[in-house]
Design a protein around this ligand. Structure first.
Ligand SMILES: NC(=O)c1ccc[n+]([C@@H]2O[C@H](COP(=O)([O-])OP(=O)(O)OC[C@H]3O[C@@H](n4cnc5c(N)ncnc54)[C@H](O)[C@@H]3O)[C@@H](O)[C@H]2O)c1
Length: 369
């Protein structure tokens, strides 16, 4: 390997895989180079080849499956951006491969707690590889700024974290994999693992039990695939109780195109309150002692971001951090660890189960699956 160069292979080059290719192209001067991709869907491969050319970074090889990519020895890092239900098998194959490959796996880590646990255990046997989970919302500039404020202690002891995501319906995906719980893990795993991860960060605590209410009320009702109507919920309220007494609440609506912001986050401590708004990219912070007139509004920006892409620059920063770690510039554990991936899935699984059973679900119940 050329000194300072880190070679990437991408498994799954649909929307998100190609987004990773563009992000990595913006890190070329830092040493990132995408050498190969793998995908069983020829139109996705064609789009990836074309994209690589347009980025002036032609691929050395394209493969129809990940085994060939791993055996090629053409890459040192594998980005797993295939559909959720494929993550488990692909991760296990990477981790058990003779050649060490570092990994960035898209969220959710896997679609079940059981599979996540197997991946965590297998990765623990491979100290020579780094596995980072793609919970990139942590890096969205307004969210990152709010995390910094909360960590500074300015708001006091965090008591309540409320996250509202009001957005458009799920997009159309290759072979419509995202229309069914069996493939995604369920909406509260697939999409909301991001928010459960943020709740854990803001609360600085681990979940104890989860209560949720949700259903499929508006979207996808007129769609049929192989005779089946989609079963993914499109709205929910989820309450999460944490082991330090703080509480989280998620308000998800996926037929809310008429919203100014897609995410609104509010964190309230015993001294003050902080809010982040995406994509407005502003934060608001106020202290109880200063009241409404003391609330300050600030724009959140991160000058390191060279490409905003689909997620407000967060994918760029995610890659930037991982790359600097792999180049030995930053030591320690990956920024988003496998246990973060596991717990974000566990809260989502508990929330899905709570809807099904109509009761609180203890996290231990799903962790002991
Ligand atoms: N971080 C985020 O905010 C974010 C956003 C969107 C998607 N995602 C995640 O990225 C992943 C991909 O989602 P997408 O939106 O790109 O979907 P997509 O349908 O656009 O692309 C998935 C691609 O993977 C390919 N594929 C299917 N099975 C495969 C296999 N066994 N090996 C290799 N490739 C395979 C498909 O042919 C397709 O080209 C999912 O896990 C999704 O949850 C994350």
């Amino acid at each position: 390997m050329e000194k300072g160069v880190v070679r990437y292979g991408i498994v799954g080059v649909g929307m998100m895989g190609r987004e990773h290719m563009v992000n990595l192209a913006h890190l070329r001067t830092d040493g990132a180079v995408v050498t190969c991709v793998a995908d069983p869907h020829p139109p996705s491969l064609d789009l990836a080849v074309e994209l690589a050319r347009s980025l002036d970074s032609p691929l050395l090889a394209v493969f129809s499956d990940h085994h060939q990519l791993l055996d090629s020895r053409l890459c040192d890092v594998v980005v797993v951006s295939s559909p959720n239900m494929t993550h488990f098998e692909i991760l296990m194959d990477i981790i058990n491969h003779q050649k060490p490959h570092h990994v960035l796996v898209e969220k959710p880590l896997c679609t079940s707690v059981e599979d996540c646990k197997k991946v965590v255990n297998a990765a623990n046997q491979r100290p020579d590889i780094v596995v980072q989970v793609g919970l990139e919302y942590r890096y969205i500039p307004s969210v990152a700024k709010l995390i910094g404020i909360v960590k500074s202690g300015m708001l006091g002891q965090v008591k309540m974290v409320a996250i509202r995501e009001h957005r458009f319906p799920f997009l159309v995906k290759v072979n419509n994999w995202n229309r069914f719980n069996v493939n995604t893990g369920g909406t509260l795993v697939e999409k909301c693992c991001h928010f459960f991860d943020l709740m854990r960060l803001f609360a600085a605590a681990n979940p104890v039990r989860v209560m949720a209410s949700g259903s499929i009320d508006v979207n996808h009702k007129d769609e049929i695939y192989d005779g089946k109507v989609p079963d993914i919920i499109d709205n929910a309220f989820v309450i999460v109780e944490f082991d330090n007494g703080s509480r989280g609440m998620l308000d998800l609506c996926m037929f809310a195109e008429g919203s100014k912001n897609e995410q609104e986050i509010s964190v309230v401590g015993d001294i003050g309150k902080g809010e982040a708004f995406v994509p407005e990219s502003i934060i608001r912070v106020g202290l109880r002692a200063e009241g409404r007139t003391g609330v300050k509004t600030e724009k959140a920006e991160d000058e390191r971001i060279k490409y905003d892409g689909l997620h407000h620059g967060s994918s760029y920063l995610e890659h930037m951090h991982l790359l600097s770690m792999l180049k030995g510039e930053r030591l320690g554990a990956p920024a988003v660890r496998l246990t973060d991936g596991l717990l974000s899935v566990a809260i989502g699984v508990a929330a899905q189960l709570s809807i099904e059973k109509g009761r609180f679900i203890a996290i231990q119940e799903v962790l002991q699956e």
